[in-house]
Design a protein around this ligand. Sequence first.
Ligand code: XMP
Length: 511
Amino acid sequence: MQEKILVLDFGGQYNLLIARRIREQHVYAEVKAFGSVTIEQIQSEAYKGIVFTGGPNNVYDLASPHFDPAILALKIPILGICYGHQLLAWMAGGEIQAAENASEYGRVTLKSAGGILFDGVPAESVCWMSHTDMVKTVPAGFTITASTDNCPCAAMADDARRLYGVQFHPEVTHTACGKQLLGNFLYKICGCRGDWTMEEFVSASVEKLRQELSGKRALCALSGGVDSAVAAVLLHRAIGDRLTCVFVDHGLLRKGEREQVEQVFQHRFQMKLIVVNARERFLSKLKGVTEPERKRKIIGEEFIRVFEEEAVILGKQDVLVQGTIYPDVVESGAGSAAVIKSHHNVGGLPEKIGFERVIEPLRELFKDEVRAVGLELGIPEELVMRQPFPGPGLAIRVMGEITEEKLTALREADAIFREEIMRGGLADAPNQYFAVLTDNRSVGVMGDARTYGWVIALRAVSTDDFMTADWTRLPYELLARASSRITNEVRSVSRVVYDITSKPPATVEWE
Ligand code: XMP
């Protein structure tokens, strides 16, 4: 049985990060909102350990998230972090106080007094703090194992009951000893073996899907993105030709994208792939439309219609495969952090076609794990490491009305910019980069003649999560090459500008 850790979510902002950090150490971790599990469920899942996460509350406030103190008697090791540390202290009979003048935020020096959790951690190291309350009196049975100048109980331990708490955040990279400390908890305290690897995941998933889908036929919509590609190849490995993939070419793809999908799925993996040429259909629906949200809606609806029609032509399919990944699952309600996901690549696929059910083979994985599975399955790196591309495609990168002429100019300019970035071999490559065709024309001069062509904007951003993003400081030489090539090679473009706005206040996309 796969060993696993429960991350009990009390509403902090780093909760998914905690699960990721644990999985990076080869132990499977799942996040559950504190109100969504009972003591009995925790017991029956045989967790190797539990982490209480941080959260913005005060334990004495009755409205704050609490948990049945019986959890402390389950004999499962617990690590409380930040609010979780205070909650653990409070549940075990300790006292908490508001640290009004002594609240700490940011990098602080941590002095450790030893103990199993701090094995291999230097006596002094830097940690990341963010709190206004702190533990005033440790509960009976606990000892203080670390402190900072303003926080006498930065860590506490009760080795007999295997209960531990830390006021700082071991999951953020600013905490120098974070990895060591989490590793100590997992391996020295919880006794984990470390059986979470992508190789194991692939073989276990293939076996499980093979059994579950014996004799069944499956349908998968490929978006061209990483998640649906990995889900499809995994399914294909399990059920072979009983999987059919549909790729809708809506005419809003980047240069070479459709060919890449055909190359990978049809030729390399020999999968059953139907490429639907729906370019004219989408363009005619989008004729005269300038408003971005309207464009998105039309594309989303038309996509479903095309997909439904294909499904009817194919005849009965038992299951629908989707590339939902873990952050989508948690963000849509399983956890309690208030994150709203507003964009979906292949959103709201049809329920009424009559599938028995939806299969989501990646719903336990983080993005980097999905990429690792993709590589494990032999999907080419260009596809696995691909930058995100919005579902509505170039429609939201052609400002104003979409025409074939504008799309062609944008496709060429975008391909040149991508090529130059690739060629630049940047150590810190931007996380997303593309060209935008602004709805403006500008005067230029070429030879002896005046020109009046499109203004192309180049955008490149560096970001961890796309919620905030900084514009990437690309080398001037790279920008110069891209600009010169675009104006020379794309006749209808007379001017190139570089977008130097961060998010916020701007968004990544222009529309
Ligand atoms: P924004 O522009 O909201 O972009 O800062 C954040 C990330 O989301 C992508 N994006 C979309 N993805 N459908 C999608 O599938 C959309 O309508 C959409 N709009 C933006 C954007 O490319 C960036 O990665």
